[in-house]
Design a binder for this molecule. Structure first.
Ligand code: SF4
Ligand code: MSK
Length: 672
């Protein structure tokens, strides 16, 4: 049994792991101790796509300096599929799973948007009309009608209806190009994708085609399989994910900086605690409204509680936090622990990243585990209350009442760790544009200026999950701190954002404590944290938009691949992370993952991902277990791009200036 301190870097989490052990409640770490990962599967070298297998093609171990044995070169399954084909198929199916998760989420948001547009979803409304009009322009939906003196604005409803129909058609579209993928990246990138034949045609078709091509006996050339991975991943990042992010902004409001709190300490012993866990903000938005209604608060008080405390978990948390400042109870690895506080009266789950073990943990306590999405039932759930956008408010009220009714049933002693930290979150790409460029300039001009003059060395996206095979939150934090120290501004989403929040990195005060002098100066001048919380997993599309906007603002090349920028997911675990990583690589970003790498079963294919792709796409994958070393690799890549842009000299000058300034300060102190 590993030491608790090696499980998580977060003291609140450590306390609750100990508490779970004392209570005899099994958690993910207990199961991880018993279940060692299969080394062949971990490297992608096992094929089980037909019943003649599974065929395992691991690399035979060779001693250092030894010649590769002949059978390594001819490793194949019984049908003759080579190690390259087998590993490529496994990787491709991860891209498929991830892109499907995002695009299906997006379809759900699109359907709600259409119902709202046609007035069939009471309780919802279009909150951000300006963003609606922006989308309308992207989709060539006119926002005015008539000519000359007769010209007048079209109604919001009509614009929304036309837009909704066009967006929904993109899911089943068979030919052509996805609108955002064709219009939003830099021109050079769009041309590159067209020339390579990887511009996505629709949201669903690329996933289906990739599934087909990885069926037994279809595509058996690894470059060709990976090419379709690229097309599929772009259909996620610049397709489904971007559509859901933008429609969620239209429906629920665009995030702006807001204060929040994070960690298990946000739960309140004397309140009814409801945790919203999953990824889709559609129902949680209504639960938020229902939990605030005076009658509901009164109902809770009648049951002996002081009120209703709503808290988020995983990406649902990010969505709610970004828009309403609703506190976050924790990230992926903390979901079981939240229930072990004995204070969670209901955990409401929709889709993605929900452990099936929640049912077991909930059964040890009074907690009601309520599933709300017909696509995601959990054996052992307390109840299933399916979401229906036509009656969302009634459903939300029923759920909140279920939680309140459960408050008097608490049976275990309540233990809520004294762990919560303040955060400032809500940095959409539009907000960053406003903060850094001002409403008049309306561009990333100031950020570019500071990158060119060297105060900001570069930009990094640190995103993705937790993983029980590595210390919870540790790699996110080690990596992020190393980047900050070296004047690299960090954009975060998902569980990574929460790791930063728990360590105090999402506050403006963090700039003075963790940043190099250049970045600290910029953050202090603008009044922003050096780590910018940009939202949930689908909101990685906001990072793509920020990258495109930086290119557009000028002075840093003509494509995303020219930027001094890099991406990472140091604690990734889900297929979604692979799809996200691949759309960053496909967009021209150097992207490094930690924990394990699923293609190590083929040196040829791994070399293509880690080196060869750069020649074609300008971006490439990398794998590095050590988060500080990974950060150094990202910084080296950033410096390479700075040199190519001819702005490396500027940075040397700034550093020299800072060194001089320090010397002068020391001299002044010495002279006193
Ligand atoms: Fe084995 Fe080929 Fe079937 Fe895969 S497709 S399981 S390699 S026989
Ligand atoms: S919730 S996909 S563990 S980031 Fe989006 Fe966190 Fe990863 Fe799930």
């Amino acid at each position: 049994m590993a030491e608790i301190e090696s499980r998580s870097v977060d003291p609140g989490t450590q306390e609750m792991i100990k508490h779970a052990q004392e209570q005899g409640v099994e958690t993910i770490w207990d199961r991880a101790d018993k279940m060692k990962p299969c080394p062949i599967g971990a490297e992608g070298a096992c094929c089980r796509i037909c019943s003649q297998g599974p065929c395992r093609v691991p690399k035979p171990k060779k001693k250092k300096g030894e010649e590769e044995p002949a059978e390594v070169k001819a490793r194949m399954g019984v049908c003759g599929a080579t190690a390259e084909t087998i590993v490529a198929r496994n990787f491709a199916r991860m891209v498929c799973g991830g892109a499907a998760a995002h695009n299906d989420h997006s379809r759900g948001v699109g359907k709600l948007f259409r119902e709202v547009a046609y007035g069939r979803a009471p309780g919802y409304k279009i909150k951000d009309v300006a963003k609606l009009k922006q989308l309308a322009r992207d989709y060539d939906v006119p926002i005015t009608e008539g000519e000359g003196d007769d010209k007048k604005a079209r109604s919001t409803e009509i614009i929304a209806q036309e837009l909704a129909d066009k967006i929904m058609a993109e899911f089943g579209q068979q030919d052509g190009e996805l609108v955002f993928a064709a219009k939003r990246p830099p021109k050079k990138r769009v041309e590159l994708w067209r020339n390579l034949g990887v511009m996505p045609r629709g949201c669903d078709i690329e996933i289906v085609e990739l599934m087909h091509r990885t069926h037994m006996g279809v595509d058996q050339e690894y470059h060709n399989i990976l090419k379709q991975c690229t097309r599929t991943a772009i259909s996620d990042g610049w397709g489904g994910s971007m559509i859901s992010t933008d429609l969620q902004d239209v429906l629920f409001g665009m995030p702006v900086p807001v204060h929040g709190e994070i960690n298990l300490g946000v739960l309140k012993e004397d309140h009814v605690n409801i945790i919203i866990h999953g990824h889709e903000p559609v129902l949680p938005e209504m639960i938020y409204v229902a939990s605030q209604e005076p009658e509901m608060v009164q109902y809770a008080q009648n049951k002996g509680a002081k009120g209703v405390q709503l808290a988020g978990m995983c990406c649902s948390a990010n969505e709610l936090l970004m828009r309403h400042g609703i506190p976050v109870a924790g990230n992926y690895l903390q979901q079981e622990l939240a229930i072990t506080t004995g204070a969670v009266d209901a955990m409401i789950v929709d889709v993605q990243c929900e452990m099936q073990s929640l049912a077991n943990v909930a059964s040890c306590y009074h907690t009601k585990l309520i599933t709300t999405d017909p696509r995601a039932r959990i054996e052992g759930e307390t109840m299933h209350i399916p979401m229906d956008e036509h009656h969302a408010m009634d459903i939300a009220r029923r759920i909140v009442r279920e939680a309140i009714d459960n408050f008097p049933n608490r049976r275990a002693p309540v233990l809520i760790p004294d762990a919560k930290y303040p955060t400032v979150v809500g940095f959409s790409y539009e907000t960053i544009r406003y903060l850094l460029g001002g409403s008049i300039r309306g561009s990333y001009y100031t950020l570019n200026d500071n990158i060119i003059n060297g105060r900001v060395r570069g930009i990094a996206g640190v995103v993705g999950c937790n993983n029980c095979r590595t210390m919870h939150d540790n790699s996110h934090l080690e990596m992020t701190k190393e980047l900050l120290k070296n004047d690299v501004i960090v954009l975060v989403t998902g569980c990574s954002a929460m790791a930063s929040g728990k360590a105090g990195l999402l506050t403006p005060e963090a700039a003075a404590k963790y940043c190099g002098p250049g970045l600290a100066e910029v953050c202090e001048t603008v009044g922003i944290p050096p780590v910018l919380h940009m939202g949930s997993c689908v909101d990685n599309s906001r990072i793509l938009m920020a990258a495109a906007a930086v290119v557009k603002a000028g002075g840093l090349g003509n494509d995303i691949s020219d930027l001094p920028a890099a991406g990472a997911a140091p604690e990734w675990m889900s297929e979604k992370a692979i799809s996200i990583g691949h759309y960053f690589v496909s967009s021209g970003v150097y992207t490094v993952f930690g924990v394990s790498w699923p293609t190590l079963g083929s040196d040829l294919l791994t070399d293509y991902l880690f080196r060869g792709l750069e020649d074609e796409l300008g971006g490439k994958w990398d794998f590095e277990l050590d988060p500080v070393l990974a950060a150094k690799k990202m910084i080296a890549h950033i410096d390479k791009k700075r040199a190519a842009l001819g702005i490396d000299k500027a940075r040397e000058r700034v550093l020299y200036d800072m060194a001089m300034r320090r010397e002068m300060e020391e001299a002044a102190v010495g002279g006193e």
